[in-house]
Design a protein around this ligand. Structure first.
Ligand SMILES: Cc1cc2nc3c(=O)[nH]c(=O)nc-3n(C[C@H](O)[C@H](O)[C@H](O)COP(=O)(O)O)c2cc1C
Length: 358
């Protein structure tokens, strides 16, 4: 199957089917403590934030999604323009397609053409770097004049994907080499199974600049690949995917793990659906919060639809800040919170200072 056909399958399945995890992000186990006397006016709340040396209007990221097909051009154009207008970073989807087939580069470039000032995040699979060398990362950055490069880790997807390649050997050496060859920051990201503290610590040591946890509780790639395997009548891959459908680190736990393992910026993503989810993730220590699938449908329609989604998130975040008496994102990081149930147990067993964050 061609890369284009696979990419258009991914968009179609994500738009048409419920491909969410059955388990949650565990953000429901984080309670921000209500402050009944917030001595601030809602208008005074500042959502501006600095990430990787640039100032953004909100701690939101439009997560990596697509490229390589005609439909992807429209999606990337709408997302790129909205990202520039709203002043938030935006990721394009895996650029492997653009590197293998230069005639599809325009589908990725659309984000840059429509968002000349946008902070764009390029995207390449760790598997591509392992198999074809760090030049893949350099080419991805050049293709869209990216301001940062996301390297995605997707071992479960590669294993269950009918045409996948699960090759991650020597990754730490390759990331180190990439760091030396690239002039823009590197973001290491998962795609929905979460980053553990071990992986974050390894990558921190070799110079990765930021970590996007992409935990479980949102878009479920094992389910998307299971649906594809079924359509392709690949019985073995379908059966394998079925067993691992609910595999992964819930997003709230992944944020805690990452924050515990690095002092560099952590992006919370995977199943965040509201500005309140974002506020909770920031209170757990995340610097930025990312959403993918909630932007997909609006992006198939118009720039205005994407901006409406961003404005809704903004209102919800500001309301969360008002009710916790926080004037700024830095204050929100320190907002009083209570960590409950399984998330507390996870913290006790997994964090270096089990009680620090709980
Ligand atoms: C249609 C679609 C395509 C995606 N393609 C990519 C990709 O090419 N590269 C990548 O790193 N992540 C990709 N992702 C994963 C997202 O960036 C994100 O990590 C994940 O979907 C969890 O966020 P969500 O629950 O808000 O969707 C994709 C997600 C969606 C919904």
């Amino acid at each position: 199957m061609s890369i284009e056909a696979r990419k258009s399958d991914h968009i179609k399945i994500s738009l048409e089917k419920d491909v969410s995890y059955r388990k949650s992000t565990w953000l429901e186990y984080v309670e921000l403590v209500h402050q009944a006397a917030p001595e601030i006016d809602p208008e005074d709340i500042q959502t501006e934030t600095i990430f990787l040396g640039r100032r953004f209007s909100h701690p939101f990221i439009i997560e990596s999604m697509t490229g390589g097909t005609a439909e992807a051009e429209r999606i990337n154009a709408n997302l790129g323009e909205a990202a520039a207008v709203f002043k938030v970073p935006m990721g394009v989807g895996s650029q492997r397609a653009g590197i293998a087939k230069p005639e599809t580069v325009y589908t990725f470039r659309a984000a840059r053409e429509h968002g000349p000032d946008a902070f764009l995040i390029g995207n390449i699979g760790a598997v591509q770097l392992v198999e074809n060398g760090v030049e893949m990362g350099v080419k991805a950055v050049e293709m869209i004049e990216a301001d940062a490069l996301a390297v995605h880790l997707n071992p479960l997807q590669e294993i269950v994907q009918p045409d996948g390649k699960a090759r991650f050997r020597n990754l730490s050496k390759i990331l180190e080499k990439l760091r030396n060859e690239l002039s823009v920051p590197i973001i290491l990201k998962e795609i929905g199974c979460g980053l553990s503290r071990e992986v974050v610590a390894m990558a921190d040591e070799v110079g990765v600049d930021a970590f996007d946890v992409a935990g479980s509780g949102g878009t479920n790639w094992t389910m998307i690949e299971m649906i594809r395997a079924e359509e392709m009548r690949d019985i073995e891959k379908k059966a394998l995917a079925e067993v691992f459908l609910e595999w992964g680190i819930p997003t709230a736990a992944a944020v805690m793990e990452a924050v515990d393992a690095t002092t560099k910026p952590v992006i919370a993503s995977g199943g965040l659906r509201t500005g309140l989810d974002a506020a909770k993730a920031i209170a757990l220590g995340a610097s930025m919060t990312g959403l993918a699938r909630p932007f997909l449908e609006p992006a198939t329609k118009s720039v205005e639809d994407v901006l409406a989604t961003l404005r809704r998130l903004s209102n919800q975040l500001k309301t969360s800040m008002f009710l916790t008496g926080c004037r700024s994102v830095d204050e929100l990081k320190l907002a009083p919170k209570v960590v409950l149930g399984p998330l507390k147990e996870w913290a006790v067993q997994r964090l270096s200072h089990g009680s620090r964050q709980t």
